[in-house]
Design a protein around this ligand. Structure first.
Ligand code: SF4
Ligand code: SF4
Length: 451
């Protein structure tokens, strides 16, 4: 069993804020169990940031494993592939956990899992081919963000990337999905790091892992040191465990000391950050051509009968995954997609596994209770906890006026929704919800005509 007290020396630069959330990595030593393909998958056309995909298949059509079934002609998007073979039952629509509607493709399995002829290692003769291959793989940020990876790996001409950072922090409580990748597929992680570092022309790559994962640190260090291309430019950085260190901008500051300015991207400070699972997937894709059709999920929480890490087909109903993990207890009150800090509470188990999901947590009545908020006592703890030094209490106050200009001035769009402010608030104020609402008001405000 890993111990959170087995602390190594913290490396890196100081960052602001954060919270000492409990780790609860109960499934750390649970080897990934592959769930048999489901009888049916429901695949939403929006499993990434950007434009939704359009189905390329029709009801009644036969599909094979790995076949591209949806794509978009918009730049910010990522194609979608079938995780099973069978027949398209319907093109429909569903309400996504984030509140928006998305078209769906429902596929009924034929039980054969016949591979598509499209699956073959991509022919890569240079950077353009590589970027095209990454797009065709359907890869999006697997740590929760869902940003299409091919865009991240292709910064604007003239941008110099000197540092590739691999995010192995996994600072959210309960989730051990990245940890299992670092333990079970360390060779893929390291192979991917050397390949992507070369592609970006980066001088160095840093694999950043929190000190509550000593076995992962040891494993990756060993593989890096023994890697045939090892030239000393790839290192493993041990970070003191601190939430929300896995946030992209927080991690960049921790590893390089650089601050990503408001409204700017990691590439603007010479960095690309990739999640450990994303980079390992890319290494496998380049040698097999199998696109993104499965996802590892940590299934945990007080209401789960048999917590574990499960590799499931994308599109599998969450209810089926929970059932695979022994089902949930009678007093289950709340199901969360993602971690307890940044995840989204689900209204039902019909929601399918999405590309960017890394956990499903179910909690019993006592653990799911939210305390009633009381008046702000102006203690300032929320400001101290915010990694971006925002004033969540001010946004909370400004919400009454619903003024998008004032809310934007208060920095609501900078918020990464880490939940640290809510976590530390002694008055139980729902500050992160206020931040989300403020962002919605800003996004929905009519755009002013340029003069
Ligand atoms: S305001 Fe946003 S970024 Fe700051 S602590 Fe709260 S949720 Fe996190
Ligand atoms: S932490 Fe809570 S009580 Fe303290 S200032 Fe912020 S909102 Fe008010």
């Amino acid at each position: 069993m890993l111990s959170i007290f087995n602390k190594a020396k913290d490396a890196g630069y100081p960052t602001h804020g954060g919270a000492n959330v409990p780790h609860r990595k109960n499934t750390a030593e649970c080897k990934t169990v592959v769930m048999p393909p489901p009888e049916k998958v429901v695949i939403p056309m929006l499993m990434h940031l950007g434009a939704p995909c359009t189905p390329l298949v029709k009801a009644g059509q036969t599909v094979k494993v790995g076949q591209k079934i949806a794509d978009s002609d918009k730049f910010v998007s990522a194609p979608i592939h079938s995780p099973i073979s069978g027949k398209v039952k319907a093109i429909g629509e569903m309400l996504m956990p984030q509140g928006m509607k998305a078209a769906t493709i429902t596929i009924e399995s034929d039980g054969e899992m016949t591979l598509s002829e499209e699956i073959k290692p991509p022919a890569v003769n240079g950077k353009d081919d590589f970027i095209k291959a990454v797009r065709e793989s359907g890869l999006v940020g697997l740590g929760g963000a869902g940003f299409p990876t091919f865009i991240k790996l292709n910064p604007p001409v003239g941008t110099v990337i000197d540092t590739l950072i691999i995010n192995g922090a996994e600072c959210e409580p309960y989730i051990t999905s990245d940890y299992r990748e670092l333990i079970e597929n360390g060779e893929d992680v390291v192979t991917g790091v050397f390949a992507i570092k070369k592609l970006l022309g980066a001088e160095r790559a840093v694999i950043a892992i929190e000190d509550n994962k000593p076995l992962a640190i040891e494993n990756i260090k060993k593989i890096v040191n023994g890697f045939e291309q090892n030239d000393g430019s790839v290192s493993v950085m041990t970070l003191a465990s601190r939430y929300p260190q896995g946030g992209e901008k927080v991690l960049i500051q921790k590893v390089t000391g650089r601050v990503v300015p408001k409204g700017k991207l990691p590439a603007d400070v010479g960095c690309v950050v990739m999640n450990a699972q994303s980079i390992a997937f890319l290494a496998r894709y380049m040698s097999t051509g199998m696109p993104l059709i499965t996802k590892r999920l940590t299934i945990d929480g007080s209401a789960v009968n048999n917590p574990q890490n499960v590799m499931a087909c994308i599109g599998t109903p969450i209810n089926d995954v929970l059932e695979f993990a022994g089902g949930i207890k009678d007093d289950a009150k709340k199901i969360i997609m993602g971690g307890p800090m940044m995840g989204i509470a689900l209204s039902g188990g019909d929601i399918p596994v999405l590309k960017q999901n890394d956990a499903v947590l179910a909690f019993s009545e006592g653990d799911a209770e939210m305390r009633e908020p009381s008046a702000c006592i102006r203690c300032g703890r929320c400001v101290d906890a915010c990694p971006f030094s925002l004033m969540p209490t001010r946004v909370d106050h400004l919400l009454k006026q619903k003024d998008p200009v004032e809310l934007e001035k208060a920095g609501a769009m900078t918020c990464m929704e880490c939940g640290c402010c809510s976590f530390v608030c002694p008055a139980g104020r729902k500050l992160v919800q206020s931040m989300r609402l403020a962002k919605r008001i800003i996004r929905n405000a009519p755009k002013k005509e340029a003069k």
